[in-house]
Design a protein around this ligand. Sequence first.
Ligand SMILES: [Zn+2]
Ligand SMILES: [Zn+2]
Length: 467
Amino acid sequence: MKRTGKNILLWVLSVFFFLSTFIMLSTSWAAVFFIIPAVLLNPAISKNLQERFSFQSNKWVKISAAIVPFLIYGAVAPATPAAAGANNLISPSVSSSISAISSEVEKKLAATSNTSSEPVEQPAPAPKNGAKLNVHFIDVGQGDSEFIELPNGQTMLIDAGNPENGSQIVTYIKGLGHNKVDYLIATHPHADHIGGMTTVVNGLDIGKIYMPKASSNTQTFEDLLTAIQKKGLKINTAKAGVNLFKAGTLNADIIAPVNITGDDLNQYSAVIMLTYGDNKFLFTGDAGNESEGQITSDIKADVLKVGHHGSDTSTSQAFLNKVSPKYAVIEVGKDNSYGHPTAATLAKLEKIGATIYRTDKDGTIIFTSDAKTITVNKKSSSIKEQAPPSSAPAVAAAPQQPAPAEKKPEVTAPATNNKSVTVYITKTGEKYHTGGCRYLKKSKIAISLEDAQAQGYGPCSVCHPPQ
Ligand SMILES: [Zn+2]
Ligand SMILES: [Zn+2]
């Protein structure tokens, strides 16, 4: 009886060490030593060993067989991680040298992304009868920014132009009497869309932030993540199927990106359908033909913010037929070097019967809806006339009082005084850049835009500097 009891105990210990071997191997190779007590303590195996090799394992052999592996494991394991755990133990300096900025960006993205399942939130208040919706297509030169005064008193900002537009946008929003952006959307991480957003995040109260799952290694993008992190805000993923708010006849849905892969950031653009009663506004960011083709929801709209500044990589005929807009708005810089908007896109829009507005010609354009009809108001008809003298600093002359849009007489469009803007060149390059461009890693020389152009530098096609 005594012998059976002892055998059961040895079997249990043997099995314990066997299992330990396999479980612990995921933490360190040193766990292989646990196989020794598993073998030596096993009554069947040790009997076999005795018979074959006349090896007599006494009590002390068994005890040390059980203890020694623990000692080896304890000494070796922390220093030699198995492959699975290795990444966590590489010192930060080593891993950062592997991919300097991207790991920083990833860390910040992880710190700011909203992973919690949607908490119980205050629903958006419903608009009062007859309340007005104002959509401001802000003239930010070659870039996008749309500020929306919702009829329920809330506000939304889609994109914030280039870095030099940030303070102009903040001034513009404050001039309308708002201190808060309830819904902030960065359509995609290009500098002509998120450039001014850091200043917006720092300068105004921010509610919820939405961005597509697409990151960039530019300083501009990293700065934005830092600003969001510092304010303790979280980023919600912008993708098809996300509802921004619904309150009575007021609704906003994100309808793209649907299923974008690859590295064309434009295709990841958040596309937003805003509905107020009978009126619909479609905001496309820089979404191209690929993304347009994936959208499955109803896209018929009264007003279309034309994709990618009127480039011919967006606004496919099939997409345009479905939208069938009454009004098309192109946010574009005067005499930009990209050739935006293209003649082909303009022709398509004309053919479908859309009235075309362009920020390079019309300045800031404001659409007002009472849920039934839409009226259009332009803030400036000529950018040049209203631009301050080129020696003056580029300060936005935003409206002083929050008067109704219709009554505002002449308001200077922001970012019109590009000549006094600072851009950056490199020692050897032929292009000029915005401060956050990735080409400025090795050398970064500040220069006025005027001088850069006079010296024959051209605009960088990656960071879209002012022109
Ligand atoms: Zn763009
Ligand atoms: Zn873009």
